[in-house]
Write a protein that binds this ligand. Structure first.
Ligand SMILES: Cc1cc2nc3c(=O)[nH]c(=O)nc-3n(C[C@H](O)[C@H](O)[C@H](O)COP(=O)(O)OP(=O)(O)OC[C@H]3O[C@@H](n4cnc5c(N)ncnc54)[C@H](O)[C@@H]3O)c2cc1C
Length: 563
């Protein structure tokens, strides 16, 4: 059953929902799983070398690098727990991870794995998913992504025997993405004159076709629409379907997971939990409930931040990991934004798609329920772009993608923390506009209409789960639905964005989206300055630190990390 605001079906859906297994209105208790230290002005040290706004992977990585270099860093996080999109929450005896379902490239001693080892001082451990890490339900067909380049290829060739050449050509393109992404990252930290000097190298390392749209590149390899659909089956990992996405980001993601998916042992909150001690060891701290209201600028120079409680923290170095739209749209005074030339530049970027989440708890273990360590991607047909268009125009249309993840199955430590239970998460897109009328409202107090609307959407998404995993039917003990307003409330993405800025070709071409700003002492980091994903945000932290301290100081550290 579906219901929408103002269509008159709200009260029926609410009645249904109140008799279902989801929580009773007004009874939702905030999560008790919290890391970081609660902010109070009197808990601040008298001076910090740098302030980082936001404790997501970008902010924490920057803070960890600076701490390693001897800086005392104060990380300010508005949420009640640290980690940004890597945070976890716990309710009714279950635990979920809203923004981490799998990480790639950590099954061997890769650069990604070494970087995670560095920031977590070796504390972060990874558990492999099943060899079939992604399963794609495309209409009534089912396809798989299998871990390992050869296994991935062999499986696809077996499914599409006529397409062996196209598949091999595709894998060759993915081979080129490693050096291209290094060049892309390097370009982000160069000053304009350095970019001019490096232009021949950058052009060579980042050929123009990387900036073409994904569908165009793939349709030159094959006209088999099912194969294209399988190759683009992870489009939800960047939030844009193949005719709108840029091939470079498509290839980065496909390459990232090519050797399989991994899950942080102990849950995604272990990511921040393992990084915070490194910051504290150098005299720094990660404060929660620490909402920054404004970044102070005087004479084009950063002077510190003003907190929501009115307290001011003086500091000549501020790194914003709060995202471009928060930093430029909310934290910097308007005159600073326009005199720094950002007003015009912001026309070239837009927020990524908003999303819904369903967080499900079951009173059986994943093993008892036969739940796999495989992500499910469910599509109505192989024309992903058309499905998105239809959905935007008609909210009763099928969801263009439904993503289902099984965190308790992936985490070998889950049973130690929540014995005898299992969890499931569902993610699906939802235009922010559907929820705009509740902008500024309080979590848990948005009223019957909102709750009924959510309930209807939750029912639709649960139907997808039961269709693909019938054994879950009747076993669901608890579920709750999050909307773009939940994302706004907890993670400060005003439009409920999945991935910060949209990953269009236009966005990738914006050189100003990097660590440097025209304001002295103000730096940027996080997914908006590079690309989305936990690894993208982590690499952005490394690049921001490099831009700040210079290659001479950074090089010995990088050599040690990558040794
Ligand atoms: C549903 C979903 C699923 C995902 N799945 C995966 C996955 O499986 N694998 C993967 O690699 N990536 C995944 N991602 C993407 C990944 O989580 C993000 O790209 C990455 O974590 C972003 O890190 P960040 O540091 O740039 O931003 P964030 O983690 O968003 O951190 C920014 C922080 O800034 C804080 N902040 C904002 N304004 C203020 C302020 N005024 N004062 C103080 N603090 C402020 C916010 O509260 C937030 O904590 C997923 C994302 C979503 C939403």
């Amino acid at each position: 059953m579906t219901c929408h605001p103002g269509d008159g079906s709200g009260s029926f859906a609410l009645a249904l929902w109140k008799t279902a297994t989801s929580p009773i209105l007004g009874m939702m208790k905030p999560s008790t799983l919290r890391i970081g230290h609660r902010y109070r002005p009197n808990r601040l040290a008298s001076n910090y070398d740098a302030i980082v706004i936001g404790s997501g992977m970008g902010g924490l990585t920057t803070a960890a690098f600076l701490s390693e270099l001897g800086w005392k860093v104060c990380v300010l996080e508005q949420h009640y727990t640290a980690g940004g999109y890597t945070h976890s929450f716990e309710r009714n005896g279950y635990e979920w991870d809203p923004g981490v379902h799998y990480i790639g490239d950590v099954g061997a001693e890769t650069r990604t794995k070494k970087m995670f080892d560095f920031v977590s001082e070796g504390q972060l451990k990874w558990a492999p998913m099943d060899p079939e890490y992604d399963r794609f339900y495309v209409g009534d067909k089912v396809f798989s992504a299998i871990a390992g380049k050869q296994a991935f290829r062999d499986n696809l060739v077996q499914t599409f025997p006529e397409e062996a050449q196209a598949i091999d050509q595709y894998l060759k393109l993915l081979d080129k993405i490693g050096s291209a992404s290094t060049a892309f990252g390097m370009e982000r930290i160069l000053r304009p004159w350095q970019r001019v000097l490096m232009w021949p190298f950058l052009r060579y390392a980042k050929p123009a076709w990387l900036y073409r749209n994904t569908y165009d590149v793939l349709s030159e390899l094959t006209d088999n629409q099912d194969l294209i659909a399988v190759l683009c089956g992870q489009w939800g990992d960047m939030g844009l379907p193949p005719k709108r996405s840029v091939f470079m980001v498509h290839a980065l993601i496909a390459r990232h997971y090519l050797y399989g998916g991994y899950y942080p042992v102990g849950g995604s909150w272990q990511i921040a939990n393992s990084i915070i001690p490194k910051i504290q060891k150098a005299g720094g701290e990660v404060f929660t409930y620490a909402s920054v209201e404004e970044i102070f600028v005087e004479d084009d120079r950063v002077k510190g931040v003003a907190m929501a409680d009115g307290h001011r923290i003086q500091c000549d170095c501020v790194i914003s990991s709060a995202g471009i739209s928060n930093t430029l749209g909310r934290l910097l005074p308007e005159y600073v934004v326009s005199s720094a030339g950002y007003t015009q530049r912001l026309q070239n970027v837009q927020p990524s798609f908003a999303h819904l989440g369903v967080y499900i708890g079951l009173k059986h273990t994943a093993e008892e329920l036969g739940i796999p360590k495989t992500n499910f991607w469910i599509y109505p047909s192989n024309d992903y772009d058309a499905a998105v268009e239809t959905f935007i125009d008609d909210e009763n249309a099928e969801f263009p993608v439904v993503y289902i993840s099984f965190p308790s199955a992936k985490d070998p430590d889950y049973q130690n923390r929540h014995p005898g239970t299992a969890t499931i998460e569902i993610v699906a897109p939802a235009p922010f506009e559907w929820f705009e009328k509740w902008q500024g409202s309080t979590w848990g107090k948005r009223g019957d209409e909102y709750e009924a609307f959510k309930a209807g959407l939750g029912e639709r998404l649960l139907a997808h789960l039961y269709d693909k995993l019938p054994q879950a039917k009747g076993k669901v003990d608890y579920y709750e639905v999050s909307t773009p307003q939940s994302t706004n409330w907890f993670s400060a993405y005003q439009y409920g964005e999945l991935y910060g800025l949209d990953h269009t070709t236009e966005r990738l071409k914006q050189h100003w989206l990097g660590p440097r700003t025209p304001i002295d002492g103000l730096w940027m980091t996080g997914q908006d300055t590079l690309t989305c994903g936990v690894t993208g945000a982590m690499m952005s932290g490394m690049l921001t630190t490099t831009a700040m301290v210079g290659m001479r100081k950074m090089w010995p550290l990088l050599k040690r990390i990558y040794a």
